[in-house]
Design a protein around this ligand. Sequence first.
Ligand SMILES: Nc1nc2c(ncn2[C@@H]2O[C@H](COP(=O)(O)OP(=O)(O)O)[C@@H](O)[C@H]2O)c(=O)[nH]1
Ligand SMILES: [Mg+2]
Length: 363
Amino acid sequence: MIIGIIGLPNAGKTTLFNTLTGGEVETASFSTGRFEVHQASVDVPDPRVDELTALFQPRKTTRARVEYEDIGGLAKGIGEGGLSGELLGAISQSDALLHVVRAFESDDVPHPEGSVDAARDIGLLDTELLLSDLVIVERRLERLADNLRKRRQGPERELELAEQALLDRLLAGLGEEVPVRDMTLDAEERKLLRGFQLLTAKPLLVVLNAGDDKTGSSPEDLGVRYEHESSACLVISGRLEMELAQLDPDDRTMMMEEYGVVEPGLHRVIRESYRLLGQMSFFTVGEDEVRAWTVDNDATAVEAAGAIHTDLSRGFIRADVVGYDDLVTAGSMAAARKAGTARVEGRDYAVVDGDIMHVRFNI
Ligand SMILES: Nc1nc2c(ncn2[C@@H]2O[C@H](COP(=O)(O)OP(=O)(O)O)[C@@H](O)[C@H]2O)c(=O)[nH]1
Ligand SMILES: [Mg+2]
């Protein structure tokens, strides 16, 4: 799963990327407008994994991971269909987008639009993504119209007519500036659209990069309301977060108290990204390893088994399952079994976020 970090030059993308990944990519106080991509994967912070580690004292703890890509090179002409092909290519390969928006004032850092206005910048980028989708949908509609003129009957014609109807709806919506993620589409339609990699269909996390004096501000405090499907909006202080991430734990705690930061904004960013991707975690536990596994929100027991190893899904017999809270209350697997909170589930069981599973299999 890849989350593409996008935004205007000097919004703080690379600063956030460095904070997220512990990387040290150079930040610049002016934009070169150069197309540039940096990639790194990150542990998903999860207090439940800490708790399970304390409980089982395993030799090894493995957390869920997400991958971030810092995609630089958005330049002037944004909002006017100004995205270059290679930039679009990098963005369209992301599973979700993280839009870093400048909300900090600084005389040292120029803003490509000449002033700081977070709501305006969100609009600019949203328009850019919409325009890109419009082009894709229009092109596809032209090709379909061509095919339909040539092909008078047959099952393929039926499929193409259905696709045409769907794309016409999309075209109308996009024309009214409705992102695809806000449109009502059934599972079949979503599947059909997946191949187009439409940018406004991707989950979107807006991160407002505010100054050090704005920690604890809400988006509304900064003049922003962002209410869309599969979207969320967070405020962080990019530079402060980067400094926090570079401190050792004791100093970090002290500095967080000083600035009134309850939880590193970084953790919120990673958690929200994970949630927007429609993913959840289940856990396996033992003396050897406590491990978080990532599956889709609607995963079944046999799919969860497959996330661990294909052998486990092929030879799936049953799964021993206990909810996270039940396990922590009981204190051990044996105690949970005694208390009757550990269950045996079959292959179609709908996994719940936080389930602790042990898969029985035979191959
Ligand atoms: N004052 C202030 N400067 C910041 C903040 N975040 C980033 N910057 C500075 O803004 C400049 C551009 O940041 P960078 O991460 O390179 O932006 P990018 O072009 O979006 O990758 C750098 O000089 C950063 O140090 C912030 O929260 N406050
Ligand atoms: Mg950068």
